[in-house]
Design a protein around this ligand. Structure first.
Ligand SMILES: NC(=O)CC[C@H](N)C(=O)O
Length: 353
């Protein structure tokens, strides 16, 4: 007898083993990353999603809080072929349902063929297939989570000192901790502001650059962040990662669209169109920029040609769809943070001349 059920939007109910009990629902997605489960499970970009690991064994090197990207577990639930006790116990403590002993290849091929979909999970001694179906039926599309930023952003402005003389104003739409530390390690002071900060809040920190972070859900719902970008366009250098690229592009007149199942993993090849160099990148996104507005495409995904990097010399904008901070993943693109800080300081020099 199974003690866990996974209900998919296409009507199937899969049997599994409960590793952390509970009932929940979310958008079913998968990551192909073979390491970095501590980072992925604490990445705020996964809020309101159910994360399936395609790699079959998750948890084989334990759970260490130094690796966490935020203070809590972010996906609504986790699914793997095999979860170790370390991970299962951690998720149980955090109240996040987790299941294993399920054919994750079937889940991955379903999502690849039919797209990211509504999913319900019921796990624990009393769980029934009907409970999982009821959860799945109550699942809202990602774009209906209009205030998802409130779930993942800081409540109050917070400063992370890097000791240098560059001030970054970061709109925290669900920032991973290592995006902040990638900037402080390079000497920047990072003023982390709530996702709904106003232009006045940003002006109050007198930044050299505006940075829009990664984050969960539909970028079109981050209307306050888009308004801030619109306000400072052309007057302040700007940079963004993932949701940040999407928000900046939309605010400047471009647009985004939902992908079928997105990119989630640590080996997505990205080509720089100026150098022809390909690097491996970490990704976690379900939306993509389809109209770049005034921005120029500088980098593309080698697998499907989607936009990976955007730039505008005139507007002093530089963005990435992937995650240069890695964690998990390859460090090939860490230089992005140097480019951001160069943009901030060179613009200040021009202003002073
Ligand atoms: N990592 C992110 O910032 C994700 C951005 C956005 N929520 C998407 O899925 O496309």
């Amino acid at each position: 007898m199974s003690d866990a059920y996974i209900a998919l939007a296409d009507g199937r109910v899969l049997e599994a083993r409960a590793r952390a009990p509970g009932r929940t629902r979310g958008e079913l997605v998968f990551t192909t990353a073979y390491t970095g489960y501590e980072e992925s499970l604490t990445d705020p970009s996964y809020a309101e999603q159910i994360l399936t690991f395609s790699y079959p064994l998750i948890g084989n090197y334990g759970v260490r809080s130094e690796r966490f990207e935020s203070d809590s577990v972010q996906p609504r639930a986790a699914i793997a072929r095999e979860l170790t006790d370390d991970v299962a116990d951690w998720l149980a403590e955090e109240g996040v349902p987790a299941v294993d002993h399920v054919d994750t290849r079937e889940i991955v091929t379903t999502v690849r063929e039919e797209g990211a979909m509504a999913c319900g999970i019921a796990a624990g001694p009393d769980a029934t297939p009907e409970d999982a179906v009821a959860e799945m039926e109550a699942c809202e599309p990602m774009s209906d989570h209009v205030d998802i930023g409130a779930q993942v952003s800081v409540a109050e402005p917070t400063v992370h000192e890097g000791g240098g003389d560059v001030d970054v104003a970061m709109l925290d739409c669900g920032a991973k901790g290592s995006i902040i530390s990638s900037l402080t390690e390079r000497g920047a002071d990072v003023h982390v502001l709530p996702y709904d900060a106003t232009a006045e809040d940003v002006a109050a920190v007198d930044p050299d650059v505006l940075f829009v972070s990664n984050g969960p859900g539909d970028p079109e719902n981050f209307v306050a962040a888009q308004a801030v970008v619109d306000e400072f366009a052309g007057d302040l250098p700007m940079a963004g990662i993932c949701l940040g690229q999407q928000v900046i592009t939309s605010a400047l007149g471009g647009s985004t669209e939902k992908m079928a199942f997105g990119h989630r993993g640590v080996n997505q090849p990205v080509k720089d169109l100026r150098t022809d160099k390909v690097v491996m990148t970490t990704q976690n996104h379900g939306y993509t920029v389809d109209d770049t507005g005034p921005l120029e495409v500088t980098q593309v995904n080698v697998n499907d040609d989607t936009v990976e990097g955007l730039d505008s010399e005139e507007l002093e904008v530089i963005t990435r769809q992937y995650h240069p901070e890695a964690n998990p993943g390859p460090h090939d693109s860490l230089g992005f943070f140097d480019e951001v800080l160069d943009l901030a300081t060179s613009s200040r020099r021009v202003a002073a001349d």
